[in-house]
Write a protein of this length. Structure first.
Length: 401
């Protein structure tokens, strides 16, 4: 802790250049100052496993975003100029305005977007669906030339719609959300088995459901049967082993927080009440990230120092007093990678204008596939390190310096 505090103090000019008055948690100026909050991906392995229903997060989950570039090469019938597209909020007003729009609202927004350009081209073609939009763009080259940006988003939303339908995501995602948010073991087991045995469920969704079930009901005797069902569906042993790998990486023995809100009876009752009030129409967005709750606690001065040890400069009165002050700035860094769902939560928190500006960073921005690849690699590396023979005489270092 002392070395970390010293390093922050030494590098304070870096933060000053960003307009942030950071002094290792210096609250001596009378305000909340700036807090650097370091969180561990293992505290919330659920969020990167869920299908997403807001624009940016859906694009990353279903298509993949790499350095603001999205590959559309697998989209049936996509034109050559749209095989690889740039989706950067700072260069694309429509994308910036709809980053966090849910999929239903996105359809309405893009319809208005197309209609505004229709008016410019004096074209009266009838547009009622996403398929109509795609046909309109394909049939009128002058429209496409006028606004490549509109045609880009029409193509992306059309492909997202196709994938949602072909992967049965509406049906599967409702069960995912329930696994993440409710404790109902017998109903969940039956529903997961039904999905695993259905020929309509893609293998990626089968694996996703078993991973979520295993995290919630970690010691359940039926997990072995669920893994057998995965094998029967043609999923190879290496992918099935991800169930055990994930539990090794982020199981209950690793996590310090209350991932599923069931350690406290009042938390569990409160979550059940909220689900009852919100109703079915919000079934796809009922999940709340752990980071969202952590940031609320930080802003309200309720973050437990036992879970988040506090390092401060020597100028503040005491860690206990300083940690309860409301920070003006909070820089969050997630070791193990963050997600666009968490970025959305941070964005919504900033829009509320509560007096604390939050900046989110991490080692990577994950979707389900990159998260599982990362987990598998980390566990594999750990096992390889444990198997290295250091040598009794000290001469054989096993390749380690």
């Amino acid at each position: 802790g002392g070395n970390f505090e010293q390093r922050i103090t030494e590098e304070h000019t870096l933060f000053d250049s960003m307009g942030l008055a950071v002094r290792g948690g210096d609250y001596s100026a009378g305000g909340g100052g700036c807090v650097l909050l370091i969180v561990d991906r293992r505290e919330d392995p659920v969020t990167p496993l869920l299908n997403q229903w807001t624009y940016q997060a859906m694009v990353h989950e279903l298509l993949g975003i790499e350095s603001n570039r999205v590959s559309m090469k697998k989209a049936p019938g996509v034109s050559k100029d749209l095989e690889e597209i740039v989706m950067a909020p700072h260069q694309d007003t429509f994308y910036e305005q709809n980053l966090n729009a849910n999929f239903g609202d996105l359809g309405v927004a893009i319809k208005r977007y197309v209609e505004s350009y229709q008016q410019q081209t004096k074209n009266n073609a009838r547009i009622e669906s996403i398929e109509d939009m795609q046909r309109f763009v394909d049939q009128y080259p002058e429209f496409k030339k006028l606004s490549g940006n509109v045609s880009k988003h029409v193509a992306v939303v059309h492909e997202l719609s196709r994938l949602v339908e072909s992967h049965q995501l509406l049906d599967v995602s409702a069960l995912e959300q329930d696994l993440a948010c409710a404790d109902n073991r017998s109903e969940h087991l039956k529903a997961v088995l039904d999905k695993l045995r259905s020929p309509r469920t893609p293998n990626m969704e089968r694996l996703r459901l078993v991973l979520l079930f295993a995290l919630r009901y970690e010691n359940d005797s039926y997990i072995g049967q669920l893994k057998d069902e995965l094998r029967k569906a043609g999923i190879d042993d290496e992918q099935v082993s991800l169930v055990d790998v994930l539990l090794s990486y982020a199981g209950a023995h690793v996590r310090g927080g209350d991932l599923f809100g069931n350690k406290n009876i009042f938390n569990a009752a409160g979550k059940a009440l909220v689900r009852g009030i919100k109703g079915v129409q919000n079934v796809f967005t009922q999940h709340k990230t752990v980071l969202s709750g952590t940031l609320q606690s930080l802003i309200q001065g309720r973050l437990k120092e036992s879970s988040y040890p506090f390092v401060m400069s020597g100028m503040a009165a005491s860690p206990a007093a300083a940690s309860k002050d409301k920070p003006n700035e909070a820089i969050v860094f997630m070791v193990g990678g963050c997600t666009y769902e968490e970025a959305r939560d941070v964005s919504l928190l900033n829009q509320q204008g509560g007096g604390t500006r939050v900046i989110l960073g991490g080692t990577y921005v994950h979707n389900t596939r990159t998260f599982l690849a990362d987990v598998a690699q980390l566990v594999r590396s750990r096992k390889q390190f444990a198997q290295i023979d250091i040598g009794a005489t000290g001469h054989d270092t096993g390749g380690l310096v």
